[in-house]
Ligand binder design. Structure first.
Ligand code: ZN
Length: 469
């Protein structure tokens, strides 16, 4: 078995074969930084992170690129009248976005190019489209893509060839064009709006061109995987294909992956629906970042995810179960022979995990294998049939799975003074001084450290308050 992915372009689950053996070029549409991103946005980023972690874990050398849209109509709208620069407006949102990614344990993409720093590449791409007859200028200095010059338009979104359906951002381009379907590559200068002086004139780039220019700049004219939410298929990704292939004559992306919506109360979470929730809102309810990550990734990416307190409660319990199992394995001590069946158990857990993720990133199947493993291991811990070394091997496997899942919530640093109290308490228990032991337990509790007594001695955890994951 090897990795298979459902390619939106073909509609089929295909065997994944990178252009260059062992290497993967991956592009994910990133945030538009005019406000904080919401959970629906983060579902897409957590999925992309799960995918790239799994590809690396499977041995691929991955180059992951995620753009930051730091100029667009909404940003310019918000900028009007502030007297500040684009950067003044976007920088705090970018910082907030990166902090949100970190807490959700989304690894930093290898490259996070900003649109405003790649206008030259965009202008160059537009110049090629003009040369090849796929673009035209209008009187106000704008440049549009001519959809009638691109017969393959609509293939990704499966549009009728004559469809005059308009995307939201197309409708927002109010600059006078030949065909209602044509979309802006470049917008002529307007008073009070930021603009750039380039070989194709003065103005600013349209939104779609930035992803074509930046993805190809870092990953080449053809690359392996492009991710994004389903709402980006049309017109954004359809336009990316037309612009890129129109300019290079090469096939653009081999595999398109689209995640379904995140829903709240049965409705898609979106700013315009007015039902958005952000990571900070979730943490303010007392849920931990690891649980939010779990809730965002535990449903298969192509299925809609219903978000709510139920899913967060379930995720919290799941994270706790995994983390408790790991803590128990790591503190377990038992002299004795190795468990004859452990190797078999480790192997089948690993196979189940890989088989699940190889099947179009079926994370539910992979998690089922992990929980089955935890059940079996807990049974053996209770029966004390594992040796110390066995428990170490089982713990290693859980930690290995977590390089992909990144959901384990392990105890953090003990607060100052707690270490000494724990030692005193262990000594008190050895001396069977229960009164002192209880007293010390209460003192630890005041520091936020909960102590539990087990056969292997006392075990501690931090009180489940919000703290950085
Ligand atoms: Zn994009």
């Amino acid at each position: 078995m090897s990795l298979r992915l459902t390619n939106t372009l073909s509609g089929d689950k295909e065997e994944f074969e990178p252009l260059e053996a062992g290497r993967v070029g991956l592009y994910s549409c990133g945030p538009t930084v005019y406000g904080p991103a919401h959970l629906g946005n983060f579902r897409a980023f957590v999925f992309a992170d799960l995918l790239q972690r799994y590809l690396r874990w499977s041995g691929y050398d991955v180059l992951w690129v995620m753009n930051i849209t730091d100029v667009d109509d909404r940003i310019i709208r918000d900028l009007a009248g502030t007297g500040g620069t684009l950067e003044d407006l976007t920088e705090p949102h970018i910082e907030r976005f990166l902090a949100d990614l970190d807490r959700l344990r989304v690894q930093r993409p290898d490259v996070m190019p900003r649109a405003t720093q790649h206008v030259a590449q965009m202008a160059e791409l537009i110049a090629r489209l003009l040369e090849r007859g796929h673009a035209y200028r209008t009187d106000d200095g704008s440049i549009f893509f001519r959809i009638s010059s691109w017969p393959a338009y609509g293939r990704l979104a499966r549009l009728e060839p004559s469809s005059a359906r308009r995307g939201e951002r197309v409708a927002a381009d109010d600059y006078g064009k030949d065909d209602v379907r044509d979309f802006a590559l470049w917008k002529g200068p307007r008073d009070g709006e930021p603009s750039w002086h380039t070989g194709i004139g003065t103005g600013r780039p349209g939104w779609h061109i930035e992803c074509s220019a930046m993805s190809m700049h870092y990953l080449g004219s053809s690359f392996d995987i492009h991710t994004g939410g389903v709402d980006l298929i049309f017109p954004h990704h359809e336009n990316e294909i037309a612009q890129s292939e129109g300019a290079t004559g090469q096939p653009f992306v081999r595999t398109w992956l689209h995640n379904a919506h995140l829903q709240m109360g049965g409705q898609k979470m979106a700013r315009r629906e007015g039902n958005i929730s952000r990571p900070d809102d979730v943490y303010a309810l007392g849920y931990r970042p690891a649980a939010l990550r779990y809730a965002l990734l535990a449903t298969h990416y192509r299925a809609p995810l219903e978000y709510g307190e139920d899913s967060l409660e379930h995720a919290t319990a799941a994270v706790e179960r995994l983390s408790t199992a790991l803590a128990a394995l790591e503190s377990y001590r038992q002299e004795g022979p190795a468990d004859d069946h452990l190797s078999q158990l480790l192997q089948s857990a690993r196979q189940g995990f890989v088989a699940g993720l190889d099947d179009d990133v079926n994370v539910s199947a992979a998690l089922a294998a992990v929980f089955e493993f935890v059940r079996e291991v807990n049974r053996r811990l209770d029966a004390r049939s594992l040796s110390t070394a066995d428990a170490g091997r089982a713990a290693d496997l859980l930690r290995d799975f977590d390089h992909v899942l990144a959901v384990l919530d392990l105890p953090e640093q003990l607060p100052d003074g707690a270490e000494t109290l724990l030692e005193q308490r262990a000594a008190a228990r050895t001396a069977r001084d229960w009164a002192a032991s209880d007293q010390l337990r209460d003192e630890l509790k005041e520091l936020g450290v909960l102590v539990e007594d087990t056969r292997d001695g006392q075990r501690w955890k931090l009180r489940g308050e919000v703290s950085d994951g």
